[in-house]
Ligand binder design. Structure first.
Ligand SMILES: [Zn+2]
Length: 332
């Protein structure tokens, strides 16, 4: 069985990166380049991530910079530009050292109030020069205050045009929250996922971009659970059926309980769910009821008795190759 994890983050980076970030926020001009050796990168991955991947039978993972520390709300746009390049270079190096295990996905140098078009140069660098196959798009670079236009606004269109041209999907992924009302991974992440879903539903975005592809992580936030609510809103407003979104939209299976996983697959259908763990993130603690970590998501999928082998293969492998055509080419 081939198992592709579409949602991995390099969260075990050597500590030099955090120190570098602090220095960058104090004085960008004098920060220079981040110095981390190949041996440090190897060591930071071998003892945890690669070991866990092997033990769980995960063949390959899409690997992006840690999401909270993207912190697009901190510092100026030049800070975000330098930080994105630095973090993207690190996941690229990880994917070069372990090409069988990782394919890189980039963060974007977003900054609140700054046009998303300014991210195009970094996206092109990553995709054209370094073989990245996707990007993480933050729908709220302000970190919990939602000060920029919604995802269906033309504000975002130049970036979408480039994504379509390059054939790279975006995973919608907020960074940390600086609003004390919203716990980062508990509230802000799930708000971001749900809000992005609603913005797509209420807009003509996919009529303007019929081949644009998004992945909403963390099981789609509240969307699958409240599918009836969204259908009701769409019916009442006489929008097109909610299921039409599934031409352009996939959910990752980063859900950390059995019933939630089953609800997601039943609701969205096996064609629109991509296997994911989000290692390492929220789910790395051990569930005392099972003795396994919450993010050991193969166990939930394998326990579903009604899921056919064909559908399981879609979720584990073939959907990812369809959504990420550059990944399919890379793994050929
Ligand atoms: Zn994530």
């Amino acid at each position: 069985v081939t198992i592709i994890d579409v949602h991995g983050h390099y969260t075990t980076v050597p500590n030099e990166q955090r120190i570098y970030r602090r220095r960058m926020l104090e004085d960008l001009d004098s920060v220079g380049e981040l110095k981390i050796t190949d041996d440090q990168i190897r060591e930071s991955l071998e003892k945890a991530q690669l070991k866990d991947q092997r033990e769980r039978g995960i063949t390959h993972a899409l690997f992006s910079p840690a999401a909270g520390p993207m912190a697009h709300h901190e510092g100026t746009e030049p800070v975000s530009q330098t930080w994105a390049r630095t973090c993207n270079d690190l996941v690229y190096r990880a994917s070069t050292l372990f090409p069988d295990s990782f394919t890189p996905v980039c963060m974007l140098p977003q900054s609140p109030g700054v046009k998303p078009a300014n991210c195009i140069e970094e996206l092109e660098r990553c995709v054209n020069q370094m073989g990245f196959v996707g990007c993480n798009l933050n729908p709220d670079p302000s970190g919990g205050y939602w000060t920029d236009p919604p995802l269906h606004d033309r504000w975002w269109y130049p970036l979408y045009e480039k994504m379509v041209e390059l054939e790279v999907p975006a995973m919608i992924h907020v960074a940390g929250s600086c609003n004390p009302n919203f716990h980062g991974t508990g509230a802000h992440y799930i708000n971001g996922d749900t809000t992005a879903f609603m913005q797509m539903l209420e807009s003509k975005l996919f009529e303007d971009f019929p081949t644009l592809k998004f992945v909403i992580p963390h099981g789609g936030g509240a969307a699958p659970y409240h599918w009836g609510r969204y259908r009701a809103i769409a019916e009442r407003a006489q929008w097109r059926p909610i299921e039409d979104l599934l031409q352009n939209l996939w959910f990752d299976g980063c859900v950390y309980n059995q019933l939630g996983m089953e609800l997601l697959i039943r609701t969205a259908g096996a064609d629109n769910v991509l296997f994911a763990t989000e290692m390492y993130g929220t789910g790395q603690s051990v569930d005392p009821r099972t003795g396994r970590t919450f993010d050991d998501t193969t166990t939930y999928i394998d326990a579903i008795e009604w899921l056919s082998e064909e559908d399981k293969r879609k979720i584990y492998e073939t959907n990812a190759l369809k959504v990420y055509p550059r990944l399919a080419k890379r793994l050929e």
